[in-house]
Design a protein around this ligand. Structure first.
Ligand SMILES: C[S@@+](CC[C@H](N)C(=O)[O-])C[C@H]1O[C@@H](n2cnc3c(N)ncnc32)[C@H](O)[C@@H]1O
Length: 236
C-alpha cells in the first residue's frame, strides 16, 4: 500500500498543511464568483471540491489514485454535490486548453515529476485564469538522505525550499506569481468531517498500523524543517 492509498482508506479529507480550516480561509479570501469553473487537481477524498461546489463553483476534480476517486465520488453523491470527478494525472490533464477560470490544488504538485503539472495547470487555464497552490516547503535544502526518507515513504518528488518553488515558477509560462510567507507546519488539527468514510479494519492490519506510526515519526523528526506556502500564479 502506498501513502495516498493509506490516506484514502483512512478517508482523510484534508491531507495538507493547515487542514480544512486553512482551505476554508483561503477560499474565503479568494471569494470565487458563483459559476467559476474550477479544476481541483489532486482532490483526494473530495472534501474541498464538494465545498467549492457548495459555494456555487462549477467544479471538476481529478486525482490519480483510484481509491481517492471512489471516496470523492461517494462524498459527492452522498452530499448531493455537483462535482465532475475524473481519475487523471495532474501531469497530463485530460481537458482542452483554456477550460478553467481557476486551478486549485493542495499538497499535490510536490508529488508530481519535474515541472509537468505546473505546465498543465497553465495550459488548462483560460487567459487571466489563476492558479492557487498550497504546497509543502522546507526551511532549508534537505540532504540526499533526508530526501530519500521522505521520497520513499510519501512518494514526494520534490522537497523544495521557497526559493526553489519561485525558481520553478520563473521557468513556467505564468505571467505573474507570488507566494505567501513560509508558515511552519503546525500540529494537524482534525475536525469533524461528516462525510468521512474510515475503513476501520485498517487498525487491525500490522502493515497499515506500521505506516501510521512511521508517518508520525517522520512528521515529528522533520517538524523543524517542514512548512508550507500558498502560491498564486496568473496566466496572461
Ligand atoms: C497529500 S494528498 C492531498 C489530497 C488533497 N488535495 C487534500 O488536501 O486532502 C496528495 C494527493 O495527490 C494525489 N496525487 C499525487 N500525484 C498526483 C498526480 N500526478 N496527479 C493527480 N493526483 C496526484 C494523491 O493521489 C493524493 O490524493
Amino acid at each position: 500500500m502506498d501513502y495516498p492509498t493509506l490516506l484514502a482508506r483512512l478517508g482523510e479529507g484534508s491531507a495538507h498543511p493547515g487542514g480544512f480550516q486553512a482551505t476554508k480561509e483561503l477560499i474565503t479570501q479568494i471569494s470565487f464568483p458563483r459559476g467559476t469553473k474550477v479544476l481541483e487537481a489532486g482532490c483526494g477524498t473530495g472534501r474541498t471540491a464538494c465545498y467549492l461546489a457548495s459555494l456555487g463553483c462549477n467544479v471538476t476534480a481529478i486525482d490519480r489514485n483510484k481509491e481517492m476517486i471512489q471516496k470523492a465520488a461517494y462524498r459527492a453523491k452522498t452530499g448531493n454535490f455537483p462535482v465532475r470527478i475524473v481519475q487523471a494525472d495532474a501531469a497530463s490533464i485530460p481537458f482542452p486548453d483554456e477550460t478553467f477560470d481557476a486551478v486549485f490544488t493542495e499538497s499535490v504538485t510536490a508529488f508530481t515529476q519535474g515541472s509537468s503539472a505546473i505546465g498543465e495547470y497553465w495550459r488548462v487555464l483560460k487567459p487571466k485564469g489563476v492558479l492557487y497552490d498550497r504546497e509543502l516547503a522546507f526551511a532549508r535544502k534537505l540532504s540526499t538522505v533526508q530526501k530519500k526518507k521522505l521520497q520513499s515513504f510519501y512518494g514526494l518528488h520534490h522537497m523544495r525550499t521557497v526559493p526553489e518553488w519561485l525558481k520553478l515558477l520563473s521557468l513556467s509560462r505564468f505571467h505573474k506569481y507570488s507566494t505567501s510567507p513560509f508558515t511552519k507546519m503546525k500540529q494537524l488539527v482534525t475536525d469533524n468531517d461528516p462525510l468521512r468514510v474510515i475503513e476501520h479494519e485498517l487498525f487491525t492490519k500490522p502493515d497499515a498500523v506500521a505506516m501510521m506510526m512511521k508517518n508520525e515519526r517522520l512528521m515529528s523528526s522533520f517538524s523543524n524543517l517542514m512548512g508550507s506556502i500558498v502560491i498564486t500564479a496568473w496566466k496572461a
